[in-house]
Design a binder for this molecule. Structure first.
Ligand code: GDP
Length: 534
């Protein structure tokens, strides 16, 4: 059953073997632990534990990172590539904290599937639900891993019910747990009729795997105590009767999620999940673009920027644009068209995020994520092609929910502050508005924590103390309409008008009432709370 693919025989083999995905979970469910084990089985690291150790070494580099560590959040998303069996996995990390939803949303535009990790004792938690909703907007296929089965956890049917009820997605068990907590033995692999037994003595050891001929196989009794065996038979029978069978199409359309039970810290169930990703997560999918969609198998290279990260290395003021390749076979040194500026760009030092470390990418294929170091030319939402004027769509920018005025601690340094703010705006970490009347800047974010992050980074990376102060404004809307009306509107509402960091016109609002008033008095104008990045 596991090799029921490929369903796209037209794809070049290198593209067909790629799986680009993200992990979505609530903090503490086990995302980091699972990532470590992925890398371990991907042969990318020698020993589990290195992701964390490496992460910590990196974090000590600056206090901003220290803050990230203290708060237990991951502010910066990154990508990791590794091989597993015949597959090339590209794991794109999603920022974990709810304050960073816009960043997360954009990250999820770069993947073809998501792994949802839930804690077996806690079930579907708030952050999982939010992230799931974002995946749903794009009909992303979801594979589920129910973690921490070595601890006292909830009844398996209850967990499955909760996912079905809460997230409105059908669930089909790929494995079934035997016992729980202290008595957790392992799982029955429903897809391959195997018994997987967890090794409690060695956390990094792969489980013992025993081939079984169905649930009546007498071999089962040699490994599973009678009481647990009886329960297993009953539950599997019930599950098969009550729950839908695994259907590749339904999984790939995002209507059905297979669930694996396991324990990441004990390396248990992880390989089965990885096999599942190979078998059920889709190969690189077409990208939505104007004026036409881009298919991964097209021979010409194209890609889009979904994330920009500045100062990845504090010693170098570089920025790295994370590009998801949408089509073709990319080679280092290629000259690509930067569609927005209509300028050619030679990509001479692309970075491939091999799990062990950043490495120069000699080549990459549709589905891969490459990093392109640059000095600010590349912005979120930009498209690169081999010449055609295509623009990848669906990478939005959301209206900020919180606005504050930024003031330089030292008034002589206002220009420096402007530069720093603009850089963070390009990263997508904040919106920066320049009011038409008066001086200074208004900074908009989606979550309050972002102000703290910005203030620390501006101080550390630019040596500028900065204060954020309340303003009378609470939100912003992009305004569009015909030129003459826009001009009249701007003149009549000077106190509310500003330009965003791309130079586009925005209307700063105090209350919903402002928005209603504009809708009533200016029927020919459109106020929008999202803007396509371009
Ligand atoms: P994240 O916040 O989702 O990245 O979660 P972590 O991977 O950091 O895990 C959170 C905590 O749960 C850590 O203390 C892990 O050691 C622990 N943990 C992870 N997986 C398991 C598991 O399978 N069983 C148990 N008992 N603990 C686990």
């Amino acid at each position: 059953m596991l090799d029921a693919r490929p369903n796209r025989p037209d794809l070049p083999a290198e593209i067909a073997r790629r799986r680009t995905f993200a992990i979505i979970s609530h903090p503490d469910a086990g995302k980091t632990t699972l990532t470590e084990k992925f890398l371990l089985y991907g042969g990318a690291i020698q020993m589990a534990g290195q992701v964390r150790a490496k992460g910590e070494a990196r974090r000590t580099r600056s206090d901003y990172m220290q803050m990230e560590k203290d708060r237990g959040i991951s502010v910066s998303a990154s990508a990791m590539s590794f091989d597993y069996k015949d597959f090339r996995f590209n794991l794109v990390d999603t920022p974990g904290h709810s304050d960073f939803s816009e960043d997360t949303y954009r990250t999820l535009t770069a993947v073809d599937a998501a792994i949802m990790v839930i804690d077996g004792a806690k079930g579907v938690e708030s952050q999982t639900r939010k992230l799931f909703e974002v995946c749903r907007l794009r009909d992303l296929p979801i594979l589920t891993f129910c973690n921490k089965m070595d601890r006292e956890s909830r009844d398996s049917f209850e967990i499955i019910d909760e996912i079905q009820e809460n997230l409105a997605i059908d669930v089909t068990p790929a494995s079934w747990p035997i016992g729980m907590g202290q008595d957790f033995l392992g799982c029955y692999d429903l897809l391959r009729d195997r018994l997987e037994l967890m090794d409690r003595a060695d956390r990094n050891r792969v489980a013992e795997s025993i081939e079984i001929e169905g649930l009546d196989d007498p071999k089962l009794a040699e490994h599973v105590p009678a009481q647990l065996l009886e329960k297993l038979r009953e539950e599997v029978e019930m599950a098969r009767e009550l729950l839908p069978a695994l259907d590749l199409q339904a999984v790939q359309e995002g209507h059905l999620t297979p669930i694996w039970f396991g324990s990441a810290i004990n390396s248990f169930g992880v390989k089965e999940l990885m096999d599942g990703i190979g078998a059920y997560a889709p190969e690189p999918q077409p990208a939505r673009a104007e004026p036409r969609q881009i298919a991964p198998e097209e021979s010409r290279v194209s890609g889009f920027v979904f994330k920009v990260q500045a100062n990845m290395d504090p010693k170098h003021r570089d920025r790295v644009a994370f590009v998801r390749l949408a089509s073709g076979h990319f080679r280092r040194g290629m000259k690509l068209l930067h569609v927005r500026s209509k300028k050619p760009m030679t990509v001479s030092a692309p970075v491939l995020f091999l799990a062990s470390d950043r490495e120069l990418a000699e080549e990459a294929w549709a589905g891969d994520i490459i990093g392109i170091p640059n000095h600010g030319q590349l912005r979120i939402g930009d498209t690169l092609t081999e010449g055609e004027a295509l623009r990848v769509t669906g990478i939005p920018s959301f209206a900020p929910e919180l606005l504050q005025a930024a003031r330089a601690g030292d008034p002589m340094k206002a220009k420096h502050l402007e530069k720093a703010l603009m850089q963070f705006a390009e990263e997508g970490a904040a919106k920066v508005f320049k009011p038409v009347v008066g001086s200074g800047f208004i900074v908009g974010v989606v979550g309050a924590l972002q102000f703290d992050v910005l203030a620390s980074r501006i101080e550390l990376e630019y040596g500028l103390p900065v204060r954020f102060e309340p303003t009378q404004f609470t939100s912003a809307r992009w305004v569009s309409g015909d030129k003459a009306t826009l001009e009249r509107f701007a003149n009549a509402n000077k106190q509310h008008m500003a330009t965003d960091n791309d130079g586009d016109m925005v209307y700063l609002t105090r209350l919903q009432w402002d928005i209603d008033r504009v809708a009533r008095d200016w029927p020919d104008l459109r106020l929008s709370d999202t803007k396509e990045m371009q």
